[in-house]
Write a protein of this length. Structure first.
Length: 255
C-alpha cells in the first residue's frame, strides 16, 4: 500500500475516517478482503505470497495498516515480511503502544516500513526508517512511502480533499474519490521534494495505472458516532478498471 490519508478524532460524527490505495505488482497473488477463517475477528485482504496483510480491522475495533518506505540504499531482501506486523497486532490484545515497544527490538528484521495501529481512541505511528514511534494527536494525516506527513504532492492534495469531504455526510465514493486522481505531478512539484526521473513521475499519481505495477485496491472506511465501522475495498485491474468490491459494516463490540 502506497498512499493513506486519515482523519483521527477530527469530527464528532466521524471519529475515524481513512482511505488507502494499495499499489503492488499485479502478478503478486492476493485474496480480496474477507473475514479470515483462522482469525474470524479479522477483516482484511491477504497477501498470498507472504501470508500477511497491508490493511485490516477487527470486530473489536482494532486497526492496522502498513506502507513500505522507499530507500534505494536498502535493497537487500529482509528476513521477515512486513505484513506480519499488521496481522500480529490485529490478532493480539496488546495496546498499540505496548505492541510497538515489543517489536522495536526486531525492527531491523524488516525492510523499511511505516506502521499505523489503532485501538479504541488511540492511534499510533511507528517507522523503522527514522520516524520513531508516537501516539497521534487528533488531526488529519497523510502517509505514502516516506515518513508520516512528508509533503509529497499527492499526499498534500489528498489531505486537503479529505478535509472537504469530512464536512459532508460520508459515503464510500466520496471518500475513495480523495485518492482517485490519475494525473502525475508536475516536475517542479517533485523537484521541491528532491524527486526526479520517469519512475518518480509515474508514482506521483494518487492512482497509478501501469500493466506491471499499479493501484490494485482502494479501501475506504470510517467509524460513526454510534461506533459502527463502515468498510469497502474496491479492487482494480491492471488497466485501472474496477474488478470487484467487498463492503461490510461492523457493529460496535459489546462490552
Amino acid at each position: 500500500m502506497c498512499l493513506i490519508v486519515l482523519a483521527h478524532r477530527c469530527s464528532q460524527r466521524y471519529p475515524l475516517a481513512l482511505v488507502a490505495n494499495r499499489d503492488e505488482f499485479h502478478a503478486r497473488p492476493t485474496a480480496a478482503a474477507a473475514f479470515w477463517p483462522e482469525h474470524p475477528q479479522v477483516l482484511a485482504g491477504r497477501d498470498l505470497q507472504a501470508g500477511g496483510t497491508w490493511l485490516g480491522v477487527t470486530r473489536g475495533g482494532r486497526l492496522a495498516a502498513i506502507t513500505n518506505f522507499r530507500d534505494p540504499s536498502r535493497t537487500a531482501p529482509a528476513p521477515r515480511s512486513r505484513g506480519e506486523l499488521t496481522l500480529d497486532f490485529l490478532t493480539g490484545s496488546l495496546s498499540p503502544g505496548d505492541y510497538i515497544a515489543q517489536i522495536e527490538t526486531r525492527f531491523a528484521d524488516y525492510a523499511g516500513f511505516n506502521l499505523l495501529l489503532g485501538a479504541g481512541d488511540e492511534l499510533w505511528y511507528a517507522s523503522n526508517a527514522g520516524g520513531g514511534a508516537r501516539r497521534l494527536d487528533p488531526g488529519f494525516y497523510g502517509l505514502s512511502n516516506a515518513l508520516l506527513d512528508t509533503p509529497w504532492p499527492k499526499v498534500e492534495t489528498a489531505r486537503r480533499q479529505l478535509r472537504q469531504v469530512l464536512e459532508q455526510p460520508l459515503d464510500h465514493d466520496a471518500l475513495a474519490g480523495t485518492l482517485a486522481d490519475r494525473q502525475q505531478a508536475r516536475e517542479s512539484e517533485l523537484a521541491l521534494q528532491g524527486l526526479e526521473g520517469e519512475m518518480e513521475r509515474k508514482f506521483s499519481a494518487q492512482f497509478i495505472v501501469d500493466p506491471v505495477y499499479g493501484t490494485r485496491a482502494c479501501t475506504s472506511l470510517w467509524r460513526d458516532a454510534q461506533g459502527t465501522l463502515h468498510w469497502r475495498e474496491q479492487a482494480f485491474a491492471a488497466d485501472g478498471g474496477a474488478a470487484g468490491c467487498v463492503e461490510q459494516r461492523l457493529a460496535p463490540a459489546l462490552s
